[in-house]
Design a protein around this ligand. Sequence first.
Ligand SMILES: Nc1ncnc2c1ncn2[C@@H]1O[C@H](COP(=O)(O)OP(=O)(O)OP(=O)(O)O)[C@@H](O)[C@H]1O
Length: 258
Amino acid sequence: MTGLPAPGGVAAAACELTKVYGEAATRVVALDAVSVTIPAGRFTVVMGPSGSGKSTLLHCMAALERPTSGRVLIDGTDVWALGERERTRLRRDRLGFVFQAFNLVPTLSARENILLPALLARRRVDPGWLDRVVDTVRLGDRLEHRPSELSGGEQQRVAVARALVTRPAVIFADEPTGNLDSRTGAGVLALLRDVAGQGEAAVVMVTHDPGAASYGDQVVFLADGRIRDVLPEPTVAGVVERLRRLELVAARGEGGRS
Ligand SMILES: Nc1ncnc2c1ncn2[C@@H]1O[C@H](COP(=O)(O)OP(=O)(O)OP(=O)(O)O)[C@@H](O)[C@H]1O
């Protein structure tokens, strides 16, 4: 199993996770027996060349996409062995998501969108925490606007706030700062790091940006659907150097993927 030691416990784990798309000539092994632990209270970053399987790993671990084989454990529960209804409940109660498609409800205000998961889970939201989240993503004066009245970056900030507000056990984020200006992006990354650092939640984030990756406690590097490296306490320079090596491996076709 790859990853940091988990003195605070393991929030999530992938065990021999394999995902195959297509058949025969179109067959792609997006994940090839990936095993990784996501420690509670830590910020884990997933990086790798385009097509290396980052989003597929995130979607399988977040109980959104069924793997071809292997297991995903969230808080020790085998999520793909659950029935659909229990899996939906687990997603709602234990997981937070920030994806590129924000999936905001168009008829609700920003505030209502942020509070919707808590409402669905019948969870009380601590007003102090809500204020802090809204403040960090700088949405204070936009809370009564509907998504169509917000810019792309503002919609993304609503999606980030929505993922954090219920204090989920694991937050999955796919390029959460992709559309943000650098100041807001840094605020969001610092908030994710704080959420993990308080030992409350594990954060798993996919990014292409070495600067964003440097906020993490560990970076897991994928190439050709396999984990190639894990870098604890990443620096920008350390991440850039490893990515360069991985791009070379991918370009030479040494992944052995069929
Ligand atoms: N629904 C799908 N059907 C067929 N192939 C897919 C599907 N989704 C992903 N793939 C393939 O699986 C591989 C891994 O894709 P994935 O999106 O996980 O990579 P990624 O590392 O997130 O890439 P990027 O950085 O470009 O977003 C790629 O070869 C991709 O073309």
